[in-house]
Ligand binder design. Structure first.
Ligand code: ATP
Ligand code: MG
Length: 501
């Protein structure tokens, strides 16, 4: 796709093109290949860097390390062909001469086959230059390109013939899929690493590439690969929410596309603390068998991983490259609360706007599972239709739900619920959230372990009685959250608002 786009830009004699990419070498390869196709020009393309000056292929044309003079030279050279200009973003600040020169280039290169491609890792143009640039985001290598890279790695391997023999179509597909989200250099490194000392490609080779992917996600700074336990829905209650998700189990399959369905965008789960918001998102990934990536909003805004806009862009790009996947944004309001403390127009509001635009326009199969506690700070634009498919409110569990939650957590600790009066236990935990019920079961089990006896109903009831539920100390706060959600969200449980008992 990007190869064709560059080809079209060359064929239509675009003047200034700003390519957002960290992959300089790959962009050079893409532009060279496109130049050959679009212009029938097999001469090496021009490149400029402040270290080497202007070069054509490996030959130095002019050692002009000053960007303004280099552009002046290129403007007047009689040789046609594109120029790849590196690091423009580092020279623009307080540089009126360069900004002027760019405007001159836009004017004088019009209609000439001398397109200039500026390769920068992020967008950093002064706004008055926006109109003279074509800005393109270079996506990470896609399936076909990855398969080609894999083939090149195998060709260069000392056991190339044996490896090729073992590479079935299915394994080739799986290897490429495993490398999605890598830059081309990272993919090459991962393939090489996975194939070292090997004489055959196997499922293990795929696993080695996948292991590299986890490291890559960690390197993104704010994304984390979460291993969700596979298995059934170990969630008590929340019937409406589970039904909604159940209906979409095959949302990311080719079958859904046949029905004319586009993949769902995501859900926002909000509500009372400890009632299973985070649990739901983890369960979605496990149930749908999709990788789960967690975006740390706190880290995104603290600036340690880089400029927030840039980090968000990278996180989006990585998650799209991993598609289909679930992107978990826990406590989405963390950044928004910050935003209100700081002056409006800061990077926080830009990051939120960037995220919402992406949500609105997203076509990639990235299902966003966002959670929020401080619902009141959520701005209306987050809640507007078109961003999330559905807003769910998770409140305190009712008696039936508490029974289910108790059952889940007792079974997890090898306690047989059929030996207990579950109605009584559910009744006695009124006002408890799921986390508190779990905590009660755990302390009961600990107590019975220390006395070396099976857990008795008496011990469990006592352990539960010792817990002071949050709802007792935070009644007003919980009521406020419920009131807020009443008109805005769908109840995750079957029972209506205010009906938990
Ligand atoms: N409906 C439920 N069914 C089973 N277990 C539950 C349920 N709700 C909560 N739990 C238990 O409580 C734990 C904590 O829940 P979770 O972290 O999902 O709550 P949360 O709503 O995200 O809370 P917070 O707002 O504090 O982040 C879960 O890991 C799970 O063990
Ligand atoms: Mg949580």
């Amino acid at each position: 796709m990007i190869a064709q786009k560059i080809q079209r830009l060359l064929a239509t004699k675009a003047t200034l093109v700003y390519l957002i990419s960290e992959e300089e070498e790959r962009v050079e390869r893409l532009v060279a290949a496109a130049s050959e196709k679009a212009l029938g020009n097999s001469l090496p393309v021009f490149t400029w860097s402040c270290l080497k000056g202007l070069m054509r292929g490996k030959d130095v044309t002019e050692t002009i390390t000053d960007p303004v003079r280099a552009l002046e030279f290129f403007l007047h050279t009689k040789d046609a062909g594109p120029l790849i200009f590196k690091d423009l973003h580092l020279f623009l600040e307080n540089n009126p001469l360069l900004i002027r020169q760019l405007k001159e280039c836009a004017r004088h290169l019009r209609g000439k086959a001398k397109t200039i491609f500026f390769v920068c890792p992020y967008l950093a143009l002064p706004t008055d230059l926006y109109s003279i640039f074509r800005i393109e985001d270079v996506p990470l290598p896609q399936h076909e390109e990855l398969q080609r890279l894999l083939y090149a790695c195998i060709e260069a391997h000392s056991k190339a013939d044996a490896l090729k023999k073992s590479l079935t179509n299915e394994l080739r597909e799986k290897m490429a899929l495993a490398a999605q989200g890598f830059t081309s250099n990272e993919a090459i490194e991962a393939f090489r690493g996975a194939l070292v000392n090997q004489v055959a490609v196997s499922a293990k080779t795929v696993d080695r590439v996948l292991a590299e992917k986890e490291a890559l996600v960690r390197r993104s700074g704010v994304l984390e690969f979460v291993h969700a336990d596979a298995g059934a829905w170990e969630i008590g209650g929340l019937v409406n929410l589970k039904k909604w998700l159940e209906e979409r189990t095959r949302a990311f399959s080719p079958e859904a596309a046949k029905w004319g369905l586009t993949p769902p965008k995501g859900i926002l789960v909000m509500g009372v603390s400890g009632c299973g918001k985070s649990l739901v998102v983890k369960a979605i990934a496990a149930h749908w068998r999709l990788p789960l990536l967690r975006l740390d909003m706190g880290r995104l805004y603290d600036g340690l991983a880089g400029l927030p806009e840039e980090v968000m862009r990278k996180a989006i790009k990585t998650s799209e490259a991993m598609a289909p996947c679930v992107l978990w944004i826990d406590e989405i309001e963390a950044g928004i609360a910050n935003q209100q403390q700081k002056a409006a127009g800061g990077s926080e509001s830009r990051v939120l706007a960037q995220f919402l635009t992406w949500m609105q326009e997203k076509t990639a199969a990235v299902f966003v599972g966002a959670t929020a506690n401080e619902v009141e700070v959520l701005p209306p634009e987050i809640l507007r239709k078109g961003r999330f498919d559905e807003l769910f409110f998770v409140g305190l569990p009712d008696k039936e739900e508490r029974k289910q939650i108790l059952t889940i957590h007792m079974k997890k600790r090898n306690v047989d619920p059929s030996k207990f009066d579950m109605d009584y236990l559910a009744e006695s935990t009124q006002g408890f959230n799921g986390a508190e019920i779990e905590q009660g079961v755990i302390s009961g089990v600990y107590e019975s372990m220390s006395s070396n006896a099976d857990l008795s109903e008496h011990t469990l009831a006592n352990a539960l009685r010792n817990i002071i539920p949050l709802s007792q100390t935070m009644r007003e706060r919980i009521e406020k959250i419920e009131n807020w959600a009443r008109d805005r969200a769908m109840k995750a449980s079957l029972h209506a608002f205010d009906r938990a008992n």
